[in-house]
Ligand binder design. Structure first.
Ligand SMILES: Cc1cc2nc3c(=O)[nH]c(=O)nc-3n(C[C@H](O)[C@H](O)[C@H](O)COP(=O)(O)OP(=O)(O)OC[C@H]3O[C@@H](n4cnc5c(N)ncnc54)[C@H](O)[C@@H]3O)c2cc1C
Length: 427
């Protein structure tokens, strides 16, 4: 089977790895090469690979984590050497049994690219060639047609596949949207071992306000500091504005790094209008020999850091697919996207200004999750459960396990200040 993958980002590189088991693979990429690429403008910003995603990539590429470490990346156990602040307070430090890898997005991609055998063809995909309802090839912008038995669209959020289907007289997928008008600004700083008392990552979540930020230790003794603001409250990129925004966050560590550490570059912006899920899983007829993966099918609010992990989950489904009915695979991908969509958009819909439906059961569950977050400031067992779910290492249902329910619903459990006064555990 000859496969063509459109796009050599995270989804495309992983897909090429599994398709290589079935025959020759060509990646068509408009912006090949390494490092920070123009084709992936989000790559300059903080990219946390959730542990659930790292484990899948490690299964596909045994030794992936070790390669990253050899290239200068750091690893850390979440909540042991990384901190997470929600509602302005720090989650209780505790062992979580996970291993996060901390690296820039260009390094993640470079390590994957070195491990991918596929041929890379520089070019811009511009359409599909069909014959009797089957994909037979990929049309490039220069007019050339590359023959293929399978075309995988992994061209990211800006995928033009819906237009190509319409040009062929086929239906476009429905697009679900939740708009958040999120702005990012990112800058790197020199890292010294004493910063943050030796901890390697600090995330200050937007909850319950619309601002947040993160500082991640990356290769080259650097901090990658990303500031974020929802609903048009975008962080400035000029020096004074960036510092003032960092200082305004509801918890201190990101602001401390920005105030103390030496900046290595100017801040770069990114604007993200909202989450999108193109419902290829609901299309009654999609050509055989066509698969859509990654941001091309579902692009989520990046604050929840799920995108690369969702892409890895989809590629795992591609690996398990028997190659017969594309519809079966898209239904599986649709289910994976629905779970991630629920996590990202439900948190966004907690902000009254965000448009979208809020059914009563969802609101009840939101109230419970908000209490879980507050209890996790003082209860290490709940903190561990929460961060494992947030890393997609455990399913969300783990937060409803009897032991967690008991701890979360205990009267007064969500008043961490009283707990800290008793125990002296720092906030
Ligand atoms: C600001 C920001 C921060 C993020 N932070 C995180 C995070 O912390 N954790 C996380 O897991 N995810 C994060 N994400 C999401 C993550 O970037 C994506 O989900 C992930 O990269 C999967 O993308 P992909 O491979 O589908 O597409 P991309 O990585 O966007 O790659 C698409 C590729 O296709 C190529 N291409 C596009 N069109 C064509 C064409 N017509 N012909 C040929 N080539 C083409 C592009 O050049 C590019 O190389 C973030 C996203 C943003 C916007």
């Amino acid at each position: 089977m000859r496969s063509i993958v459109i796009g050599g980002g995270i989804a495309g590189l992983l897909a090429a790895r599994v398709l290589a088991e079935r025959g020759p693979v060509t990646i068509v990429e408009r912006d090949p090469g390494g490092g920070a690429r123009r084709g992936v403008p989000q790559g300059r910003h903080l990219h946390g690979l959730l542990d659930g995603g790292r484990e899948i990539v490690e299964e596909l590429h045994p030794g992936f984590t070790a390669d990253l470490v050899a290239a200068g990346a750091l690893t850390a156990e979440p909540l042991v050497h990384t901190r997470w602040y929600l509602h302005g307070r720090r989650l209780h430090p505790t062992g979580t049994g996970m291993r996060s890898v901390l690296a820039s997005r260009p390094l993640l991609e470079d390590v994957l690219r070195r491990r991918t055998d596929a041929a890379v063809r520089t070019g811009t995909a511009a359409g599909l060639e069909l014959d009797a309802g089957r994909v037979r090839g990929l049309l490039l912008a220069d007019g050339e047609v590359l023959p293929a038995d399978l075309v995988v669209d992994a061209s990211g959020r800006a995928s033009r596949l819906p237009d190509w289907l319409a040009e062929l007289g086929l239906a476009r997928p429905r697009e679900d949207r939740v708009d958040v008008d999120l702005g990012y600004a990112t800058r790197t700083f020199r890292r010294h071992p004493h910063h943050l008392g030796g901890d390697l990552n600090a995330l200050v979540s937007t909850v319950p306000r619309s601002r947040g930020g993160g500082a991640m230790a990356i290769e080259g003794d650097r901090w990658l500091v990303t500031l974020a603001g929802l609903l048009g409250d975008h962080p400035p990129t000029d020096d004074a504005g960036f510092r003032a925004f960092a200082a305004s966050l509801p918890a201190g560590p990101v602001g401390e790094i920005v105030a103390e550490a030496e900046p290595l570059d100017d801040a770069v912006p990114y604007r993200f209008r909202g989450s999108r899920h193109r419902r290829y899983d609901l299309l009654p007829c999609l050509p055989e020999g066509l698969v859509v993966l990654g941001d091309a099918v579902c692009s989520l609010n990046p604050l929840y850091a799920q995108g690369m992990t969702l892409a890895a989950q989809q590629v795992k489904a591609l690996h398990a697919w028997d190659g017969r009915r594309a519809r079966d695979l898209h239904r599986t991908i649709g289910r994976l996207c629905a779970t991630a969509w629920e996590i990202a958009t439900r948190a966004d819909l907690a902000l009254p200004e965000v448009h979208g439906s809020r059914p009563l059961p969802a609101r009840v569950l939101d109230g419970y999750v908000s209490r879980v977050q507050r209890v996790a400031h003082a209860d290490p067992v709940v903190a561990r459960a929460l961060i494992r779910v947030a890393n997609l290492a455990d399913p969300a249902a783990a937060l409803l396990a009897p032991e967690i329910l008991r701890r979360v619903l205990r009267p007064g459990a969500d008043h961490p200040v009283a707990h800290e006064e008793r125990t002296g555990v720092p906030a």
